[in-house]
Design a protein around this ligand. Structure first.
Ligand code: NDP
Length: 393
């Protein structure tokens, strides 16, 4: 691959996660000299971060958790790789000027670092959809002021990005985000209350981190993606459609005013959209499995069941309410997913808790990052208090 400017210097935020590892696989497999890894960032997993940093020859490894610094230092001893820790060190690493950054910290916890990367120029590849849900307009403004190019790594949004004619936004009639439907796509409603964490973590198609896997099972993931799409693309929410497509090979579709539909297809493997952003505006070779359409045979599409998956409607309501409502939706959902994984609420309680938090807090104004972070904290407190109350006992 010949990129515009070789080698491409880069940073990976969330380097030890599912997206971070997929990104580092692509980097490690690229011809030598294609990429230089400036910094890798994770939360507390010192062993995994040190191994990743050694594998790709990173210059700097940073953990958000101060307490894990001794373990990181010892795991990197003799490597020449610098080790740092703490929230300020994470921000400083994200702000190092590079050509390309992967934003793949999970949850709204990734917002400050992603903002810092957006202010630094270069390309910002965004997997961390929660950032766009909470502060998409702000992130775009910061990126624009700094000359940073935002590229979506989320597979559906990457598909839309590839199929969208950005020179003629008025010619776009609607966009379609596909959803695999998750493990409970065809479960009857009465079975769904008894869903256990291990059932929800067993996604039929994608292998991902725990939080996004549970989000896929509730379809909150698709709800967050509708908000993400409204932020990234010049299409109003009522023209952003969701279609369940269990084969998960068509990732997104753009329909134009002349009736044409352009779809992006590929194997359900996150390395494909990540590689698209990693090499952009060119393309790089990947060793991913190729899609064999003849053996696939058929593709199916169906509308989502909004009765059994109310999270999708909640997300649309939060998007319509505006202000900090999407932040509240997201924060309450992060709390609810963790409570479900800890066995403290049932599966249907996830959407119920999010709905209750939205009812309680409404849609306060969120003019700046401070207000967004305050709304996030208030929603977490409210969701925890509601979960301890009689409705969720
Ligand atoms: P994982 O749970 O697998 O990984 C999360 C990563 O974030 C880890 O590296 C973790 O570090 C790090 N992290 C968590 N909290 C902090 C923090 N406070 N500061 C710094 N680093 C932190 O998540 P995924 O890779 O699955 O998902 C990452 C993001 O990408 C999510 O927003 C998700 O919605 C999105 N996404 C994921 C897809 C997938 O296929 N996995 C597909 C599309 C989008 P540590 O290991 O030390 O805890």
């Amino acid at each position: 691959m010949a990129l515009n400017r070789e080698p491409r210097r880069l940073t990976v935020l969330g380097a030890t996660g599912s997206i971070g590892r997929a990104t580092l696989d692509l980097i490690a497999e690229a011809p030598p000299g294609t990429f230089v890894v400036e910094a890798l960032v994770a939360n507390g997993n010192a062993e995994a971060l040190a191994a990743a940093a050694r594998r790709v020859g990173a210059r700097l490894a940073v953990l958000a958790d101060d307490a894990a610094l001794p373990a990181l230092r010892s795991a990197l001893a003799g490597s020449g790789i610098r080790a740092e820790a703490g929230p300020q060190a994470v921000l400083a690493a994200a702000a190092i000027p590079v050509d390309w950054t992967m934003a793949a910290i999970v949850g709204a916890a990734g917002l400050p670092a992603t903002m810092a990367a957006a202010a630094g120029g270069g390309i910002l590849s965004i997997a961390n959809k929660e950032c766009l849900v909470c502060a998409g307009a702000m992130l775009r403004r910061v990126a624009e002021a700094a000359g940073t190019t935002l590229l979506p790594a989320d597979s559906e949004h990457n598909a839309i990005f590839q199929a969208l004619d950005r020179t003629a936004p008025a010619s776009v009639e609607r966009i379609v985000l596909t959803a695999s439907g998750g493990p409970f796509r065809d479960w009857p409603a009465e079975r769904m209350r008894a869903i256990r964490p291990q059932d929800a973590l067993n996604h039929p198609v994608w292998r991902m981190g725990a939080k996004v896997t549970v989000d896929s099972a509730t379809m909150m993931n698709k709800g967050l993606e509708v908000i993400e799409a409204a932020c990234l693309f010049p299409v109003p929410p009522d023209r952003i459609e969701v279609l369940v497509h269990p084969e998960a090979v068509v990732h997104g579709i753009v329909q134009y005013v002349d009736g044409s539909m352009l779809a992006q297809m590929g194997p359900p493997d996150m390395r494909v959209p990540i590689a698209h952003t990693l090499a952009w505006p060119r393309r790089m070779a990947t060793a991913t499995r190729r899609l064999d359409l003849a053996s696939l045979g058929r593709m199916t599409f169906e509308p989502p069941d909004l009765e059994r998956f109310p999270a999708l409607t909640l997300a649309r309501q939060a998007l319509a309410a505006g202000g900090a409502a999407p932040t509240i939706l997201n924060a309450a959902n992060e709390v609810a997913v963790q409570l479900f994984l800890d066995g403290r609420i049932d599966f249907l309680g996830i959407a119920a808790l999010v709905a209750a938090a939205l009812d309680r807090l409404g849609a306060p104004a969120a003019p700046d990052l401070e207000a967004v972070l305050e709304a996030d904290a208030a929603a977490r407190r409210t969701a925890l208090a509601l979960a301890a109350g009689p409705a969720f006992a």
